[in-house]
Structures are given as structure tokens and as C-alpha cells.
Design a protein around this ligand. Structure first.
Ligand SMILES: [Zn+2]
Length: 257
């Protein structure tokens, strides 16, 4: 049964990833994500349906536009495959559970936030607010369907605790911790808190750990100096994904005896 759910989620992830590519490209450029149809950024030709199939079209066209030959970024198939992999992982983690749709929305949103933050150094409200608008009702629905009101309560506490913690960091160092990260922490706290509060601490800790390691490596390679900004959103997102998928085993492994 779980295998069937995983397959369905994997295919859904490819289609959703295709839409996320549109969101990643258009939201920072203040364009509508609904219309017009996808165009080649090089020549403006509208994509035919056969050139709009996730991953397959990019491979068949060898990463080039059919009309003008302009290179199409490898980010497109990467986002589609990545979203698909995350959806499969979520399906294997939660199975056929009422809370699964909420976590699919959460993971999809983290993909968008990661790629927009990497390119533009922002975490747009136009991504965060719709995510909360969709996922909060899904969490309430899951709590109601399975009488998991305790999970919902922990989710709210996790969101507030994470948000307050990042707000303090932001007030101490506004340049080090942008307000977008503070808003993102609310979303992370919500979904990690649903699992339990230890997952919130683990996810945030992993985010800082990954950010520090990559920051130090980049500095050592002289790709960045101390003053240059490294977007923090992708690390928080990665920490949260690891905490959701592997948090329980990590937490049971780290048990002071
Ligand atoms: Zn073109």
C-alpha cells in the first residue's frame, strides 16, 4: 500500500515540480504564476505540450530550446526530480496518513524557497503566505480526522518558539539574519512541532550546522569573504527536511545513557 502511495506521490512530484519551476522563475520577477503559458526565456516562443513534459522534454531537447537553441537551465529537471524525490520520501515517511498532503505542500514550498533564496537572496511573502494559507487548514483537517489535537497544539507552540528565537537573532544581527528567515522559521516550527518539539530544535540545529560548514568551506576556498552574504534559507530548509525524514532515528540514536 505504501509503495502505491509512493509511486503516486513520485509522479505527482514531477508535475508539481514543473509548476514550481514557473513559481521560482516568475515570483521574484513579480509575474503571474497562472498565465501566460510557459515561454522560452531566450526567444519568447510558447512551449508546446510535447516540450513541457517534466524531465523528459529537457532530456530529449538536450537542454536547448527547440526554436532558438538557447540553453535551458539544468535547474528545470533538477527541481522536477528533486520535488519528486521529496514527495516519495514523504510518502514513505508518513504512508497513507491524513497529514501527508500538508507535508507535500511543505516540501514543495521549501524547494521554491531554496532556489529563490539562492538566486535572489530573498524569501518572498508571495511564497510563504500562500503556503501557510494552504497548509494550516490541511494540518487542522488532519488533526480533526485523526483526533491528533496534541500534534496541532505542538505545531503552534513549535511555530511560535522558532519564530521568537529567530526574531531575537534578527534583532541582535539584522544583517546576519534577514526577516525572511524569521518568517520561514515560523513555517518550519509549525511542521517540525507537529512531530514534536525536539524535532524543532533538531531541524534548526541542523540548519545552523549545514550553514556553518558550507560557509567555512566557501571561505576556505576564498569564494566568499566574511562580509559577503550567504543565503540561509536553503540550509534551514535542508535541516527541516532531514529532521522530518530522519529526525526520529537521529533523536533515538542520540540518547544520553
Ligand atoms: Zn527559444
Amino acid at each position: 500500500m505504501t509503495a502505491a502511495v509512493a509511486i503516486v506521490c513520485g509522479l505527482l512530484g514531477l508535475a508539481v515540480g514543473s509548476f514550481l519551476n514557473v513559481v521560482i522563475y516568475r515570483v521574484p520577477r513579480k509575474e503571474s504564476v497562472v498565465r501566460p503559458r510557459s515561454r522560452c526565456p531566450g526567444c519568447g516562443t510558447r512551449l508546446a505540450d510535447r516540450d513541457n513534459i517534466p524531465v523528459v522534454s529537457w532530456v530529449l531537447l538536450r537542454g536547448r530550446c527547440r526554436t532558438c537553441g538557447e540553453t535551458i537551465s539544468g535547474r528545470y529537471p533538477l527541481v522536477e526530480l528533486g520535488t519528486s524525490a521529496l514527495f516519495v520520501a514523504a510518502a514513505l515517511r508518513f504512508g497513507l496518513d491524513w497529514v501527508l498532503p500538508a507535508y507535500l505542500v511543505f516540501f514543495a514550498s521549501l524547494v521554491v524557497i531554496t532556489f529563490i533564496d539562492l538566486e535572489h537572496y530573498i524569501i518572498p511573502n508571495r511564497v510563504l503566505y500562500p503556503t501557510l494559507f494552504v497548509s494550516v487548514p490541511l494540518l487542522v483537517l488532519a488533526a480533526a480526522a485523526q483526533s491528533e489535537w496534541g500534534n496541532l497544539e505542538r505545531a503552534v507552540i513549535g511555530a511560535v518558539v522558532a519564530w521568537a528565537f529567530f526574531l531575537i537573532l534578527h534583532l541582535i544581527s539584522p544583517r546576519g539574519m534577514g526577516f525572511g528567515d524569521v518568517r520561514l522559521s515560523f513555517l518550519l516550527g509549525l511542521f517540525l512541532g507537529w512531530l514534536d518539539l525536539r524535532h524543532v530544535f533538531l531541524g534548526v540545529f541542523l540548519g545552523f550546522l549545514l550553514g556553518s560548514i558550507v560557509g567555512l568551506v566557501l571561505m576556505a576556498l576564498r569564494r566568499r569573504n566574511r562580509k559577503q552574504h550567504i543565503p540561509f534559507g536553503p540550509f534551514l530548509a535542508a535541516g527541516a527536511v532531514i529532521a522530518v525524514l530522519a529526525g526520529s532515528s537521529l533523536l533515538s540514536w542520540y540518547k544520553p545513557s
